[in-house]
Design a protein around this ligand. Structure first.
Ligand code: NAG
Ligand code: NAG
Ligand code: NAG
Ligand code: NAG
Length: 353
């Protein structure tokens, strides 16, 4: 347990910078965010260890002297993390024991927490399939995602929570939303202000499209893995992957799900340097706005989503740690991230625009 004095020292900078945040927030929202961040701060050393151990374990399987990738069945076999300390076969230990803060410094590049950030207009309330490979036939750079979930109230991994993700394709379009409203064709992005660079949301006109959407439960170690492609960009937004986490859900006969318990809404980002490299690769280079508005850099993200997702002082970093899958970038990437969520929280599962 932390000595009281240390807790106070940690909280003071949070309070100061939360209050200074530009986005108007109700006192209740500020309080919830402050509590989450304080709790997550405490978990930082455990999170760092959790991510590093997964990285070692998976990288050994994927990269260890093999000329080609193993099949996905092998990658996602239940024993992927069998050799992690604290995995199911070693139930005596826990991976995520909370260690006192003074033992490990907070890592600047550790994703301690992705605070609750807006889900945006492209979520489909019904119809996200329960599956690990969400790519369907979308072309792009292979991207494997390894998403760890911990509960900020216990600093322990959360097994069996549903991690739902959705993202744009290589040229910046969401499944089901291919074109703007007819009366907004040719709309120019907002200039200046918080919505700078944004267009009005494209409506859902193709009901049946599901590419680059899917949800999968975390395993016994609190990890959900996905196969996808690197997302492309669209005007106004830094490149990102959306996520929601549901502690309880029901799988429907058509392999989609429903849930009335949403515990977390967030977005994950990528290093700007990598984004710029991938912009040069086909089919990312075919982005229709490449020669007009171009990509939005992380720090210019509209609505301050990238900035706000970092929390006060930039201590929370929802940016994937990326490794190359092969000898060259075109063979694909693995992204690791750990998010801290409050499993007992419950949010309204609806975007308010
Ligand atoms: C985090 O990294 C940035 C950029 O490298 C640096 O300017 C900043 O001082 C670092 N913050 C902490 C808390 O280490
Ligand atoms: C699956 O079934 C649900 C409930 O009947 C429905 O709302 C949803 O659109 C269906 N999804 C697909 C992809 O067929
Ligand atoms: C992305 O989706 C849009 C809309 O469905 C489609 O026109 C475009 O061809 C897709 N991009 C790629 C690279 O296939
Ligand atoms: C988690 O959510 C519950 C229910 O809203 C709340 O009582 C609790 O304070 C939250 N914990 C943290 C660390 O935010």
């Amino acid at each position: 347990m932390l000595p009281i004095r240390r807790v106070l020292i940690l909280l003071i900078p949070f309070l100061a910078s939360v209050a200074a945040h530009k986005e108007p927030k109700t006192p209740e929202e500020i309080e919830v965010q402050r509590a989450l961040q304080a709790a997550a701060y405490h978990c930082a050393p455990a999170v760092e260890q959790f991510t590093a151990a997964r990285k070692r374990s998976w990288a050994q399987k994927v990269l260890a002297g093999r000329p080609s990738l193993p099949g996905f069945d092998e990658l996602f076999a239940s024993e992927t993390y069998a050799d992690l300390p604290g995995s199911a076969s070693d139930a005596e230990q826990t991976v995520m024991g909370c260690s006192p803060l003074q033992e490990t410094r907070i890592q600047n590049n550790t994703c301690v927490l992705t605070p609750v950030v807006t889900e945006g207009p492209y979520y489909h309330q019904a119809g996200h399939p329960v599956r690990q490979n969400i790519a369907e036939l979308q072309p792009g750079l292979l991207l494997l995602l390894d998403i760890g979930v911990i509960d900020v109230e216990t600093c322990k991994p959360l097994p069996n929570v549903l991690v739902d993700i959705w993202q744009a394709n290589a040229t910046g379009f969401y499944a089901g939303h291919p074109v703007p409203h007819p009366h907004l064709v040719g709309e120019k992005p907002q200039v200046g202000g918080k919505r700078s660079g944004l267009l009005s949301a494209f409506p859902r006109t193709i009901e049946e499209e599901t590419f680059l959407r899917g949800a999968w439960p975390t395993d016994a170690n609190g990890v959900a893995q996905f196969t996808t492609i690197f997302p492309g960009y669209y005007t106004g937004r830094a490149t990102h992957v959306h996520t929601k986490v549901f502690p309880k859900w029901t799988v429907l006969p058509n392999r989609t799900f429903t849930s009335d318990h949403l515990a977390h809404v967030g977005q994950f980002f990528f290093d700007d340097e990598i984004n710029l490299r991938i912009d040069e690769m086909h089919p990312y280079s075919e982005n229709p706005i490449r020669h007009t508005y171009g990509r939005t850099r992380n720090w210019r993200d509209s609505l301050n989503i990238f900035e706000d997702s970092h929390g006060p002082e930039g201590q929370y970093n929802p940016v994937f740690k990326l490794d190359l899958l092969g000898g060259v970038i075109s063979q694909g990437l693995i992204g690791y991230i750990t998010m801290g969520i409050n499993a007992s929280a419950s949010y309204d599962n609806r975007w308010k625009g």
